[in-house]
Structures are given as C-alpha cells and as structure tokens.
Design a protein. Sequence first.
Length: 262
Amino acid sequence: MIETDQQELDYFERPVKKANWTIRIIDEENTDTIEIKNIAFIPTEVDMFSDGTILLVQSRCEKKGTVIERNARIYNPNGQLISAFTLGDGIEQMQIDETDTIWVGYFDEGIFGNFGWEEPIGSDGVIAFDKSGEKLWGARKFSIIDSYALNVTSSTHVQFYYYDDFKIVTLNEKKKVKSSYRIEGETSIQQFAFDENGLIGLALGNELIRYRKKGRTYAQKDKIQLVDNFGKRIIGPVFLRGKYIYANGKDGIYKKIISPLA
C-alpha cells in the first residue's frame, strides 16, 4: 500500500513537489513499513523484488528535449534509493514476477505519445523489462490501444486485457500465447482474476462482475457482492491478482482465495 498525507496530487505539475511517502507491506498478520522521505516523485504503482527491495513507479514521465524523467525507483527496506531508470509515460499497471521481470501496461497516452514523447517507450502497449529497465519483450503484434488490466501470477502465467479487441490474453513462460478470450457484456474491466466458475472482473465504479465461458468468449453473467463473516456488505477498494481477491473495508483488509488452481 502507498500512503501520503498530501491532499491533492497534480501528476503534470513540474517540478514535482517534494513529499513523504509510506509503503506498507502486509503479509498475513505482519506489517512492514518503509518510509520514503522528501522526494520529488509521485508513486502510483509499487511491487517487490525477490530480494526484498521495492520498485516504485510514477505513471507520468516527462520528456523535455534530451531531458527525460526517471520514473522508476528501487528502494531497499530502509528507504534508501538504490537505482533509478525510465519506464516511459502513461503507465496504467506495473507488476513483478518471481524472476524479477517487470511487467508494465500503458494507457493510450503512453502508447501514442504525450508529455513530450514522439516515440513513446510504451508503444507496444504491454512490455516486460529486466530489473535495470532494459526491454525484454513487447506486445506489439496485438495492436493495443489501451492496456485495461494486467494480472501477473508468475513468469509462466501472465495475463493482460486490452482495448480495442476486448481480449484477455494469457502468456506462457516463453511469452507465447497460451489462450485468448474475448469479453462480452460489460467491457470496462480494470482488474480481473479467474476461479473454478469462470472470470471475475472489476469494472468501473468498483463493481465486481461474474463472467461465464462460452466458446472463445467470456460473457457477462451476474454481479458479485462481497460480504464479511457476518454477512455484512464490504464497501471499499477491491484488488485482484493471481488466485486472491482483496477488499479494503472500514473494519480491515479482507483476503480470499478464489482459485486453488491459479
């Protein structure tokens, strides 16, 4: 979790105002805290490498002539900066697999160019980078206009959902297509995960939707309501990744395994 006491964030303001950020890493009953002090940086994505260091990514990245922001920063558990590099503008998602490969999905401005970029790094739509920011693979052949959602379970099971084909693609360990399914019905999925009954998608408005498999498509079936152990509705942000669904309610953070096969 990324926390700050800043009341307003302007992602385009330059120079970026310095601020303090708190990263909380919650593992079952244990919580580790990393304090990042007085940085001119707005982290929008965070994930962890296998050695315990964390990667913070700022979604917007200005290019002004030959001057390019380094919008990816690696910190150690003491909050000390280890390295910084550039992953490009218009970052929608960032997730790291167990081999320390960084997977990044870009929205349309990061794909077609904005904020000073005529030849944007994110033109492939979804890209895999190594830990130093070197490109390993790109999804150029899919002609992605907007990367809507990303779900990196492992290096052998990477999934992304994109516009305008409205397809969820699963890649294997060789970054080859393992499967591809089109979404029918509500297509504004921002996050997704699979369970034994099909696909669960998180649409705009924090709405969970069940989809059923029908041939080479997943069709909208019904809506899902999250409740706690007492049957009380959980209202708050929802996050899906791999075989887990998380809900941040007013009484705490809830976690549920939705697929033992994922």
